[in-house]
Structures are given as C-alpha cells and as structure tokens.
Design a protein around this ligand. Structure first.
Ligand code: TRP
Length: 342
C-alpha cells in the first residue's frame, strides 16, 4: 500500500514563492509515490480571522488555483476542505487532554505569531490551541509524511509527542508522522527578512503578473553597502542572489554573476562591471520564465470555476472517508465506540 502524505495551507490569500520553495515543489514531486491529502485549513485560518469568515470562500478558490497551476494533480491529490471534516474537530478535543498549556506556550512558532499579531490579553483560546488541532489534521488522515517549511517543525514535533502519548495510553492506534523539509530551505522576503510573509508584505505571489514581478524585484533589498555598484558586493544574505539560486535555470550565469558581484570594480569606461540593476534585470527574466507557465495554467483553471469546486468536493469526500476510518479506530481504542458504526 502507498504511504500517505498530508500537508496544508491556511487559505488566507494567494500562495507565494515562499510556499512554492518551502513545500509546494516537494508536494508536486511526491504526489506520484504517495497517496496525498492537501488540507485547505479554513478552520485554522479562522483562528485569527474569526471576525471575517467571508474571506474564506474566495481564498479557498484562489489557493486551489495555485495548487492546480503548479502541477498538483487532483487525480493524485485529494484537496480537502478542513471545516467539512468534523472528525478533525473530534480528534482535537481528545488530543487536548494529552497536551499541557506550557507545552504549547513553549512552541516557538506560536510564540512568534502571538507576538507578531499583538494579541496580548485578547489571545483567543482557539488560536492558542491551533497546534493541537494541526496535530489532529495530520493524524486524522493516517499521514506518514508531512512535507512542510522549516517554520512548521515545532508543529510536527508536538504532533509526534501527542501520537506517542496516545499510543502508549490507549494502545497502538495512530500513525507516527515524520516531517519532510525542502532541500532549498526557506526563501527570504523581498525585503531580505528571513521569511516571505503576506502579513509583512514582502512576498511575490505565484499569480503576480510580469509588471508586478518587475516592480517587486526592482525594489528588492540587496547589499546596502553597494552605493555606486563598484564596491565588492555581498551575495550572502542578499535575497537577489538567493532568488537567482532558486529560480534561474542558467546555473553557470548565476555563478558568473556571483563572482563579478563579489569582485566589484569598474570597466575601462569607468562604469561598474556589474551593477545591481543588471543582476535584477536578469532575475526578472528568470522569474518570469519560471512563472509564465504557472500563470497560464492558473488562468485556464480560473475560467472553469465549476471544475475547481468539483475537484474540491471530490477531494473532500475522499478525505472524509479516510478520517472516519481513523476515527473509528480512535473511538474503539478510547473505549467509547459504544454502538460500533451507527
Ligand atoms: N499551519 C500551516 C501553515 O500555516 C498550515 C497547516 C494546517 C498545515 N494544517 C496543517 C500544514 C497540517 C501541515 C499539516 O502553513
């Protein structure tokens, strides 16, 4: 039997290149070998958007377009809408007994998010508990493997803790999942910050058009010490070069650019040998080459909304079946399967 993958995204907006590098690329590569469930985590999105549930429907549609556009195949992947799987909520409640408050408090990803969102005293319990519910997302589908970005590492750790605890208490019932991280690591934002994030506003979306990509790349952070373009440049911590590595298929040219940039200096006409604008122009060309087929596929699917919603409904049904199978095992293990399957 094929092993199972479960991953997911919060549908709070269109997906960006950070999502692509961090996990979409991996998912596309793995969908042939694994039975894949991709969760559109609308319930999790509500934990910090509960006051505007109307954003979810369109965002689910947009994220699904992104999935289809990058090559996730609905024949191989079930796209599952989280809110339609009550088994996840059920499992979350059972898991809450197996986690301490301080365990969640220590979770560095949640800690950072709480600080960033400035919840203070108004921190909703639902948001605080989302790591527990994410553990349920993963286990409810019997996932063996979870391809995610590095920032999700503490979530998978917590999930593993819960699964081990559950199995010790109630007997071997749940599958112990493993995280799988992207080879490339994390893609920085256009401002050079460690993470591409919509709330920071430093993203390039998969659906950005040529003009937008051009504007965003031209405004990108580079080496702040290069004022005239003649100074020896720094390619480390320089997102322009990180993006060249990630998206430019002409590796020789990237190596050459890197060398010239580090060297600095001017030519016989007194002009910089390699100015930042040249490096950016070549990056724009490379990125648009990468994004062009994605944009084209996206537009084609966008023109068939009924097809997209059918894909979601079909995936959600497949997810529902899987989750109910797991929950029957869980209820039996917990001695609350009083009536069997009703
Ligand atoms: N927390 C993830 C994110 O913010 C999204 C997510 C929800 C997820 N459920 C999941 C990821 C289950 C992996 C597995 O990107």
């Amino acid at each position: 039997m094929k092993k199972t993958i479960l991953t997911g995204d919060r549908p709070t907006g269109r997906l960006h290149l950070g999502h692509y590098v961090g996990s979409l690329k991996n998912r596309v590569a793995l969908q042939n070998e694994y039975e894949t469930f991709v969760l559109l985590a609308d319930v999790q999105a509500l934990t910090d958007n509960f006051d505007q549930p109307e954003i979810l429907r369109d965002n689910i549609f947009q994220v699904t377009l992104d999935y289809l556009a990058v090559g996730l195949d609905p024949q191989k992947c079930a796209f599952v809408i989280q809110s339609q799987i009550p088994q996840i909520a059920e499992l979350t409640v059972f898991f809450m007994n197996l986690v301490s408050v301080s365990q969640v408090e220590r979770n560095p990803t949640v800690k950072a998010e709480i600080a960033q969102k400035g919840f203070g005293e108004t921190l909703p319990l639902g948001f605080f508990c989302y790591p527990v519910s994410q553990a349920a997302d993963i286990t409810a589908f019997d996932a063996d493997l979870v391809p995610v970005g590095q920032d999700q590492a503490p979530m998978i750790e917590l999930c593993r803790d819960i699964v081990l605890r559950f199995n010790r208490l109630y007997g071997e019932t749940l599958t112990l999942p493993e995280a799988m991280y992207a080879q490339f690591g994390r893609l920085p934002g256009t401002d050079g910050q460690a993470k591409m994030s919509k709330s920071i506003g430093n993203v390039i979306s998969l659906s950005d058009d040529e003009k937008t990509v051009t504007q965003k790349v031209m405004a990108m952070f580079t080496d702040p010490n290069r004022i005239t373009g003649r100074e020896p440049g720094n390619v480390e911590n320089n997102p322009v070069f990180t993006y060249h590595h990630a998206f430019n298929t002409d590796k020789e040219r990237v190596a050459e650019l890197k060398e010239l940039y580090e060297l600095g200096g001017e030519n016989e006409k007194g002009k910089p040998i390699l100015g930042d604008v040249t490096v950016k122009r070549e990056l724009i060309a490379a990125m648009n080459e990468f994004l062009a087929p994605i944009r084209e596929k996206r537009a084609a699917f966008e023109a068939q909304p009924d097809f997209v919603w059918d894909v979601l409904q079909d995936g959600t049904k497949r997810g529902l079946q899987r989750a109910e199978n797991v929950m029957e095992r869980v209820r039996d293990a917990m001695k609350i399967g009083y009536f069997g399957a009703m």
